[in-house]
Design a protein around this ligand. Structure first.
Ligand SMILES: NC(=O)c1ccc[n+]([C@@H]2O[C@H](COP(=O)([O-])OP(=O)(O)OC[C@H]3O[C@@H](n4cnc5c(N)ncnc54)[C@H](O)[C@@H]3O)[C@@H](O)[C@H]2O)c1
Length: 317
């Protein structure tokens, strides 16, 4: 069995983020992609997920382990491997480093949402959390939005400064690290929460009365963590989820649904948003809560394989 091995280095050096955003949009518009419910295992010190999906050409299987305390050891908080196979025969075609692929696909998906639902004009984009996901989001959002300024907050000040430098020097956008997360939330037109916090960092009090905003919250550690407070979930004018599975998997959505305060009809799935008619910001606060779906992994792995597979090392297993 011969497979191409796509390392993280090739993804970060060569994957075209613009093309990836297009692949995610195109994937959600196609009707042939199916996903399996993902398996979520709590393990000592973290959470392990198995995610799989397929379409008429490919099958994807992703292993991802989230260990928040790895940060204290100087290790990545998420480790992941993706196997892409031919769906007609089941033969593995490629093994792909999954951590960077996940960061890029999550950023590209958020960019597809932002293209449709960010407020218009030149925007201030705020980042709560300055890790791998925030960096991938900055790269993807800069492809689809006119970003006037970026502001970054992370309790790890060095990380906040590192991301500001990347945005200034790598993306050519003015960027500053800031100390006050609520002031940052208030001044942001687009707020990206990509943290390893278990308690809400997105607070309605910091958002309300400060103009139209798109809040992108993709932080998720396990089925109990919450990145957004309940008032924001309840009072948003539009709520987008990757799939309705998020209503079970994200604690901040599960609780109001369980108590009957919100139902499925109060949420829009990515498939409907990205394949439906053109749409724009309805005013107020729009919330996108992304917990990740295997469909994103499928579309991103397909794109990475087709773009980078030829340049990757082929290995006989
Ligand atoms: N939704 C998805 O599809 C998806 C995919 C992968 C990862 N994730 C999640 O996204 C989050 C970020 O992932 P990552 O790979 O960037 O992690 P990371 O460890 O690289 O970065 C997380 C950053 O959040 C910061 N942080 C922690 N508490 C904070 C707070 N209260 N305010 C501001 N910043 C805070 C940390 O200091 C760290 O720099 C994690 O919760 C991860 O599990 C989601």
């Amino acid at each position: 069995m011969r497979v191409s091995v796509i390392p993280g280095r090739l993804i970060s050096e060569s994957l075209d983020v613009g093309k990836l955003i297009g692949a995610i949009e195109e994937g959600f518009r196609r009707a042939d992609a199916m996903l399996e419910p993902r398996a979520i295992y709590p393990v000592d010190g973290g959470t392990v997920l198995l995610m799989s999906a397929h379409d008429s050409r490919y099958h994807v299987l992703k292993y991802i382990a989230i260990y928040p305390r790895n940060a204290e050891l100087g290790l990545p908080t998420a480790s992941s491997v993706v196997v892409l196979s031919r769906s007609s025969t089941g033969e593995p075609l490629s093994i792909i480093e999954g951590g960077l692929l996940t960061a890029y696909r999550t950023g590209a998906t958020s960019a597809a949402v932002a293209k449709r639902l960010a407020p218009r004009g030149r925007l201030t984009v705020g980042f709560l959390g300055a890790g791998a996901q925030a960096r991938a989001h900055a790269a993807a959002l800069s492809r689809v939005l006119a970003i006037e300024r970026a502001v970054i907050h992370d309790p790890n000040w060095g990380r906040a400064e590192e991301l500001s430098r990347f945005i200034r020097e790598g993306l050519g956008v003015p960027a500053d690290a800031v100390r006050d997360p609520d002031a940052l939330a208030g001044e942001s037109d687009v707020l990206v929460a990509a943290t390893t916090s278990r308690v809400p960092v997105v607070r309605w009090e910091a958002l309300a009365g400060r103009g139209d905003k798109l809040v992108i919250s993709i932080g998720w550690l396990d089925v109990h963590s919450r990145e957004v407070d309940e008032a924001t979930v309840l009072r948003s004018s539009l709520r987008v989820v990757d799939t309705y599975a998020a209503l079970e998997e994200a604690a901040e959505l599960r609780e109001p649904v369980r108590r009957g305060l919100l139902g499925r009809g109060d949420f829009v799935e990515l498939r409907a948003l990205l394949s439906g008619p053109p749409t724009s910001h309805p005013g107020g606060i729009v919330l996108y809560k992304g917990v990740g779906t295997p469909l994103e992994d499928l579309f991103a792995a397909e794109a990475a394989y087709e773009e980078l597979g030829g340049a990757a090392e082929a290995v006989d297993l």
